[in-house]
Design a protein around this ligand. Structure first.
Ligand code: SRM
Ligand code: SF4
Length: 563
């Protein structure tokens, strides 16, 4: 393990180094009755435990006027590799949402649950309830390997099952080993932090977050090109032959800072099923040793690879592995979206994918999503498989169990007629909980889509799938730069518009308009959709058309994104 130069460590690295393996003073902060917050330095550590301190931004101005501290609250993110959740776990998480959080569950773009609006007195009880449900939140955030994604629904095929198994195995293998989580949240007896060892991460953990996804073609639902490390299943006669390996994807950037950019992952080669865990570990270790610990905006693996070159990275990885990756095998993706409604799997069981607009599970109006899914959890004998697009699949339904589930879907108004544009869209959380949001996203995209649907219908494009993603800031939590239409928050009510990405996430979009509001967004898109309707080739996707028609240039590499 290379020791980083202590003189160049950024502030978060210094907090980590003093933290006694992620303990800091979190435990003291939790019982401090004078504030709803915890110490600022503990905020950096809290992430490793799967939580962020936030405040309700809708209330900020009013509380400032009243000279009150912000309405502090906590977001908790569950670790759920492969997005697999049993009905019992669903019921327990639903209870926690009601007892400790804001009464909603939020399905994320990384196949797990978030709770919002947890006040300090409820914080530890919520964490304990999650553990009592058999789940945890360890490393759901922080400078470590995060929730590992897998193509949704392990019941769909043996390859999907293998992807889910690998997601769980990698997640376990790369968990931090510190006892801090058990001590702070679960009242476990304290151990001496000085005697603890993090065999994979070392004392400073990683320079930045690290993300892994595992895909089963032709679905690119995990968006392999956006992950730090991806595995793509390669099939041989219906069996898993191994995995293609990709490295160096990422979405986050900062407006106006050209040194930051989204980047698509590079294909490195192929490994056998037995080699996959070692590959994951050693990719993490290379980044641990060479990632930038002085500048957090330059600390993701994508920059390590761009600075040193893919060939250097592959050689470093292979020297640590002690074997060379085989040449990558052919693969084909054709979409990164979900298939909705009932589908039958090869074993005869049924799977029902439910559209959850922007991942928010709440009881609103006639569509009582939270109550309906709770009732389904009481009778469902299969899995709840969270998708990578903020939706949920009721997986593994026996034919004789279908009618009961269908009756509940109807009773709670869960099935909703929505346009293809809406079904394939994603929005990040943004306001009012996200501290970094510059504009609305989850709360606003539904209304914008209603307007865009009219344009799309007038163009006769209602049956043409187009991907649209919105985020409230350039960090890219809904992976916008690989959606055919992307809107990225710049200021309240204003967005940058990016166009021309590949339909299954294989090409970055390009900046098209800056800092525009709703009318200008509709005005910019309308003539392009009209041209697309008339001039497109058979089967051509919107993003491909825009590049062919010269509306935007294809982005060759992330570094060229802003030009
Ligand atoms: Fe994210 C930070 C929400 C997926 C890139 N993300 C945040 C925070 C925690 C804001 C903060 O740091 O204070 C957001 C909390 C909002 C809230 O109130 O809940 C947040 N990110 C989300 C979620 C919930 C969006 C959603 O609508 O589902 C997703 C949770 C994933 C999970 O379950 O683990 C989420 N975030 C992503 C993705 C997509 C992905 O991973 O596939 C990305 C882009 C991919 C990538 O990492 O490159 C992403 N989030 C970021 C970044 C920019 C990272 C960078 O390299 O620059 C930040 C800010 C940061 O890390 O400094 C961020
Ligand atoms: Fe917040 Fe920005 Fe992520 Fe949206 S993209 S959740 S606004 S950090």
């Amino acid at each position: 393990m290379n020791a980083p130069d202590p003189n160049t460590l950024n502030e978060v690295e210094q907090i980590k180094s003093r933290s006694r393996h992620l303990r800091g003073t979190i435990a003291d902060g939790l019982v401090d009755p004078l504030t709803g917050a915890i110490a600022a330095s503990d905020n950096a550590l809290l992430k490793f435990h799967g939580s962020y301190q936030q405040d309700d931004r809708d209330l900020r101005d009013e509380r400032r006027r009243q000279k009150l501290e912000p309405a502090y609250q906590f977001m908790i993110r569950v670790r759920l590799p492969g997005g697999q959740c049993t009905p019992g776990e669903w019921l327990a998480l639903d209870d926690i949402a009601g007892a400790h959080a804001n009464g909603t569950l939020r399905l994320t773009t990384r196949q797990t649950f978030q709770f919002h609006g947890i006040r300090k007195p409820h914080f530890k009880p919520a964490m304990q309830a999650i553990r009592a449900a058999g789940l945890d939140t360890i490393a759901a955030c922080g400078d470590v390997n995060r929730n590992v994604l897998a193509s949704a629904n392990p019941h769909r095929s043996p390859l999907h099952a293998a992807a889910g198994d690998l997601a769980r195995a990698i997640s376990e293998h790369l968990l931090p080993k510190t006892n801090a989580y058990a001590e702070i949240w679960l009242d476990a007896p304290a151990v001496d932090p000085g005697a603890e060892v993090e065999p994979i991460y070392g004392p400073l953990y990683l320079p930045r977050k690290f993300k892994i996804g595992i895909a089963v073609p032709p679905d690119n639902d995990v968006d392999v090109y956006a992950q730090d490390l991806s595995f793509i299943a390669v099939e041989d006669d219906g069996r898993l032959a191994g995995w293609n390996v990709l490295v160096g994807g990422g979405m986050g950037m900062t407006h106006g800072e050209k040194a930051t950019y989204p980047r698509l992952a590079d294909l490195l080669g192929f490994c056998t099923p037995e080699q996959a865990i070692a590959v994951a570990e050693q990719v993490v270790c290379v980044q641990r040793d060479f990632g930038d610990r002085s500048n957090r905006r330059h600390a993701r693996l994508k920059y390590t690879i761009d600075d040193r070159g893919v060939d250097w990275f592959k050689a470093e990885l292979e020297s640590r592995l002690g074997f060379a990756l085989a040449p990558a095998r052919p693969f084909t993706f054709d979409h990164n979206t979900d298939a909705f409604g009932w589908q039958q799997g090869p074993d005869g069981r049924w799977h029902y994918t439910l559209f959850v607009e922007n991942g928010r599970i709440a009881d609103r109006g006639a569509r009582r999503l939270r109550a309906g899914l709770r009732e389904i959890a009481r009778v469902h004998r299969g899995l709840f498989a969270l998708t990578n697009n903020q939706n949920v699949t009721l997986a593994g339904v026996e034919a004789d169990a279908r009618p009961a589930i269908e009756a509940l879907i109807a009773e709670y108004g869960l099935e909703r007629e929505v346009s293809l544009l809406r079904r394939n869209a994603m929005a990040c959380v943004a306001m009012p909980t996200c501290a970094l949001a510059m504009a609305e996203s989850e709360r606003y995209l539904p209304d914008l889509i209603t307007r865009l649907d009219e344009v799309i219908a007038a163009c006769g494009l209602s049956d043409t799938p187009i991907t649209l993603r919105m985020t409230g800031c350039p960090n890219g939590c809904a992976r916008p730069y690989i959606a055919e239409i992307a809107l990225v928050g710049k200021a309240p009510g204003k967005y940058n518009l990016y166009l021309g990405a590949g339909f299954h996430g294989q090409r970055l979009g390009k900046p098209y308009r800056e800092n525009i509001g709703e009318d200008a967004i509709v005005e910019a898109l309308t003539p392009l959709l009209q041209r697309f309707a008339v001039e497109r080739h058979m089967g051509e996707h919107f993003g491909d058309f825009l590049v062919r028609a010269g509306v935007v240039a294809a982005v060759a590499a992330g570094r060229d994104f802003h030009d």
